[in-house]
Each structure stands twice: as structure tokens, then as C-alpha cells.
Design a protein around this ligand. Structure first.
Ligand code: CP
Length: 383
């Protein structure tokens, strides 16, 4: 039976048998450690940066021996999760690892682990959502938080209340977490600076959507055993996509290479400076890719004129079935949703055996459970 416990700032996994090995991936190393108790712990050591700086996990015993794994306890370092540009590789790995534990809990149908009992979560959505809002709500409910949804259309925002005043009003009710979606970039940051609650960015304008990128990375890691060394092709409306930006920040930090392709009018200027490879054809982007991610055409953020018509967009920039043959043989098809069927991806790619679009949604629940749990731990220790 594997036991997990904290001592000081260290976390221990005790009582298992280490049977895994270290698998080299690109400039990074990753490994799985299997315990006979059934728990899987992933190791990620970023040797590329500095061995001393990133000792994420230490394995105290060798293969086949009764094992004790010593893991540095990397808690989140901020009260809020606003984006992946300011989230470290260690924090991202911590979230992904915790999400794995949450997924195992859900698999055992142990929704009754009331880790968030006594806390309150508000989902504050100024834009429409199906996946993000529902999974935040379920994450809170499954873990025992009191959960309330506020949408802009039914709140005092309609009477002219500012975002800061709305936040202060919620704070006065001793809220612990606010998951906010807003059409304006920077709204979650502004809110976070004016409330005691932990603010999670559930998508702000064209800026970031960190929880989506985290669930995307979780899904990639689940399929390929690690992120380092993966080639990820992101295709479509990159200019308006907060998902693309958060993925770029997160994936680069974990050692993946990100290739982007879009009509010139939908490619943000100077995205190369953030580490993206900008491709001149879809074939170049997809060639050898492990992950092929389509993006939704965001008609609501366009004033028109960025491409001639949806049918022409689909013809020249939609991903076709035949293109999958260029990708890695185990390549997966991803999309953050909602999908414009037949525009960004063909229906047969959306529903085909390589598609993990539904698994992405499933994983979103575990990832959001992990984020709320880690933020609660941060709050207990620091606030
Ligand atoms: N991917 C995503 O953010 O979907 P929703 O708009 O349904 O939340």
C-alpha cells in the first residue's frame, strides 16, 4: 500500500516498489514509477535548464527495490491562476500531477472526498461557455465546495456595477475562489488585484485560457507519457485564440515545439518571439506532428474581412483527413471546442479514432479539481 505524506516542505510516497526506468526525451528526462499499490508517479527532471534548479523528483531507491520516493513539494506560488506566461514549469507539472490523482479519484467514483469542504466557489462568466463553466461547477461540487454561478446577463453588471465593485461584493461574502471569463484581456488580473479570493482565469478576451491549455497538456501527456520533445501543430484562428497563446507558453516551458499555421490575417505579428515556429503551409505544420490542434474560427471577435468566406476558409485552411498521413503515426487530433463542424476539421477527423476531443473535456474536470485543490493549499499556507 503506497502512502503519501508531507513532512515540512517535502512530499513522500512510501511503501511501493519502484519498477520504472528513466526514459530520455529530447533535452528533458521523464520517467514513470509504478508502485505495486497501483499508484503511478511521473517524474520530470528538466536537465536542459539546470539540474540544481529543477530537481522536481528524487528517487531514493533503484529499480526493483522496495521504494521510497522523495518529491520536492512545489506548491503554487501565487494566490491566483491568471495565465501560463507567469506559471513556472514546476507549477504546471504540479497541476498535471495533481490532476492525475483527481482523475484516479473520479475513476474510483470517489467524488465524496470533500477536499474543498467549507470553501465557496463563484463562476463569474461574462461570455458564453459550456465546457469551462460546467467543469468548474462540477469540480467544486464533487470536492464539497459551495458553488454559485453568476452570468453577466443576470447580475448587477446590467445595472452598471464595475468589475471591481462586483469582486468586492463577492469578497464581502468571504468567497474563496472566483473563476472568471471575460471578453476583455486583463479582466481577471484586475479582479485579482482587488479581491482576497483566488481568481482563476477561465478565458479573457484574446489573452489567455490557462485551464484549457493545462487540460490540453494533460491529454498530451496521458497519450505520449510526457510533453518534452513533442511536436504540436496549432492551426486556424491563432490571432484571436487565447487557447493558442496559453498552449504556446505552457508547451514551451515543458520542452515541446509548437508549429503554427493560419491565414496571414489570422496570425499574430511577432508570435515567433514567443517561441512559435510560423509555417508557410499546413503540410509543414503537420509533418511529423504528434498533436494536431484545430482552433475555432472566432467570428464573434472579428469585424469581418479577415478571410473571404467560411466555405473558402474551410477549403484552404480546414484540416482534411488526408493530411493526417503526414503526421506521426500515433498523432492525436485535438480541438478546444466548441467546434464548427466541417470548417476547422472534417467531421470524420472530429469523430475518428485519432480524435481526443471528448477526452480533453473529460480531463478538464480533473484539471480544474486539481487547480482548486492546489489554490486551497496555497491559501491555507499563505493567506
Ligand atoms: N474550450 C472552451 O473554453 O469551451 P467553452 O467555451 O464551452 O467553455
Amino acid at each position: 500500500m503506497v502512502r503519501r505524506f508531507n513532512r515540512g516542505s517535502k512530499r513522500f510516497y512510501d511503501g511501493g516498489v519502484f519498477t520504472g526506468g528513466v526514459r530520455k526525451q529530447s533535452a528533458h528526462y521523464s520517467a514513470k514509477i509504478f508502485f505495486n499499490g497501483g499508484l503511478t508517479v511521473r517524474m520530470g527532471i528538466n536537465y536542459a535548464a539546470s539540474r540544481a534548479e529543477y530537481p522536481l523528483f528524487l528517487c531514493e531507491k533503484h529499480a526493483g527495490q522496495a521504494g521510497k520516493i522523495l518529491k520536492e513539494d512545489f506548491m503554487l506560488t501565487k494566490k491566483d491562476l491568471l495565465g501560463l506566461h507567469n506559471t513556472s514549469a514546476e507549477e504546471i507539472i504540479e497541476i498535471l500531477d495533481r490532476a492525475e490523482e483527481m482523475k484516479a479519484l473520479l475513476r474510483k467514483n470517489r467524488k465524496a472526498e470533500k477536499i474543498l469542504s467549507g470553501t465557496a466557489l463563484i463562476t463569474l462568466f461574462y461570455e458564453n461557455s459550456t465546457r469551462t463553466r460546467t467543469s468548474f461547477e462540477l469540480a467544486g461540487k464533487y470536492l464539497g465546495a459551495s458553488e454559485v454561478n453568476i452570468s453577466a446577463s443576470s447580475s448587477s453588471v446590467q445595472k452598471g456595477e464595475t468589475l471591481i465593485d462586483t469582486g468586492r461584493t463577492l469578497d464581502a461574502m468571504k468567497i474563496d475562489f472566483i473563476a472568471i471569463r471575460h471578453p476583455l484581456a486583463g479582466a481577471p488580473k484586475l479582479l485579482s488585484e482587488n479581491v482576497n479570493a483566488s481568481v482563476v482565469n477561465a478565458g479573457d478576451g484574446m489573452n489567455e485560457h490557462p485551464t484549457q491549455a493545462l487540460l490540453d497538456m494533460f491529454s498530451m501527456r496521458e497519450k505520449f507519457g510526457g510533453i518534452a520533445g513533442l511536436k504540436v501543430a496549432i492551426l486556424g484562428d491563432i490571432k484571436h485564440s487565447r487557447v493558442a497563446k496559453s498552449n504556446l507558453f505552457g508547451l514551451k516551458k515543458l520542452g515541446a515545439e509548437v508549429y503554427m499555421y493560419a491565414p496571414q490575417t489570422l496570425m499574430p505579428m511577432e508570435i515567433e518571439k514567443l517561441g512559435a515556429h510560423v509555417c508557410s503551409s499546413m503540410e509543414e505544420a503537420i509533418e511529423g506532428a504528434h498533436c494536431v490542434m484545430g482552433l475555432r474560427i472566432q467570428l464573434e471577435r472579428q469585424k469581418g474581412g479577415l478571410f473571404p468566406s467560411l466555405s473558402e476558409y474551410s477549403r484552404f485552411y480546414g484540416v482534411k483527413d488526408s493530411m493526417l498521413s503526414l503526421a506521426d503515426k500515433d498523432a492525436i487530433i485535438m480541438h478546444p471546442g466548441p467546434v464548427n463542424r466541417g470548417i476547422e476539421l472534417t467531421p470524420s477527423l472530429i469523430d475518428g479514432s485519432s480524435s481526443v476531443i471528448c477526452e480533453q473535456v473529460t480531463n478538464g474536470l480533473s484539471v480544474r479539481m486539481a487547480i482548486l485543490t492546489l489554490l486551497k493549499e496555497y491559501r491555507e499556507k499563505n493567506l
